[in-house]
Design a protein around this ligand. Structure first.
Ligand SMILES: C[S@@+](CC[C@H](N)C(=O)[O-])C[C@H]1O[C@@H](n2cnc3c(N)ncnc32)[C@H](O)[C@@H]1O
Length: 256
């Protein structure tokens, strides 16, 4: 039988690769390692990549195995999910991995200017009714710009037509360089072998959506510092399948 949540929480307290700073904790005392992840934790100067909303941290762990010359940090508020990735990283003796349990709303309290090189958003909740909770909204881009290098790449892998369409519109509205986009990743031709391997890493949520027969969508773009960001003004059809088996709270068919 698998471990229960409480047991995972207790075990995580002992993990050297996990930092637990939910809002209530970091509000009391500033995070001392801000700006010092290289020096104090990774003990190298390699680029740092974040997986935001990492869940079990499949991208964090798999990318760390493939790229020992880079550092990876999985960020999520849910400890029981994070336990899986943190445990795997410890068992595989990966020294280029950390996990940060916190609210992404306050992510800029953990990293200093230019400390991070790249971001992954893996199967984020599209938050169709609330752009302020949507991890690819300009609200979050403003926060990411505090610590992501100028021109740093943001990857978005998703099942959601809503989130993919919204993010493309956000990129276009703000003239951000769009490096690649597809609405059907696994039937896209012309990707080089290394990119294909990276994009074939499957997360827990991805497997679930694929079993339901959904396309996997992907895009990557560069986030720039020296522009003012604006929310796109576009009505996007809601993902119908997300209200499957749930009572409908509104009759709206589109949202911004
Ligand atoms: C749909 S799950 C995807 C998990 C994983 N990336 C996957 O593909 O299996 C979204 C994850 O994002 C996390 N998340 C969403 N918004 C968050 C926020 N504001 N702060 C911290 N974690 C957040 C949730 O806790 C959840 O684990």
């Amino acid at each position: 039988m698998g471990k229960g949540k409480l047991e995972k929480f207790r075990e995580m307290e002992t993990f050297a690769n996990v930092f637990q700073y939910p809002f209530s904790v970091v509000d009391e005392a500033p995070f001392a390692m801000k700006g010092k992840w290289h020096e104090q934790y990774f003990k190298n100067n390699h680029p740092i990549v974040l997986e935001l909303g990492c869940g079990k941290g499949e991208y964090t762990v798999e990318l760390a195995k493939r790229y020992p010359e880079m550092n990876f940090i999985g960020v999520d508020i849910k400890g029981a999910r994070m336990w899986t990735g943190a445990k795997q990283a410890l068992e595989s003796q990966l020294t280029n991995v950390a996990f940060l349990r916190t609210n992404i709303e306050i992510i800029d309290r953990f990293f200093a200017q230019d400390e991070v090189s790249e971001l992954w958003l893996t199967f984020s909740d599209p938050q169709m009714k609330n752009p302020h909770k949507r991890l690819s909204s300009t609200f979050f881009m403003e926060k990411y710009r505090h610590f992501l290098k100028d021109g740093g790449v943001v990857h978005l892998k998703t099942d959601s037509n809503f989130l993919h369409t919204y993010t493309e519109a956000m990129v276009k509205t703000n003239n951000l360089p769009l490096l690649f986009t597809t609405t059907d990743l696994y039937h896209t031709k012309g990707l080089d072998a290394e990119t294909q391997k990276i994009l074939a890493i499957q997360t827990y949520y991805e497997a679930m959506w694929m079993e339901r027969g959904l396309n996997i969508r992907y895009l990557k773009f560069q986030l720039l510092h020296a522009i003012s960001l604006h929310e796109p003004d576009i009505e996007i059809p809601l993902d119908e399948y997300r209200s499957y088996h749930r009572p409908k709270r509104s009759s709206l068919k589109t949202s911004k």
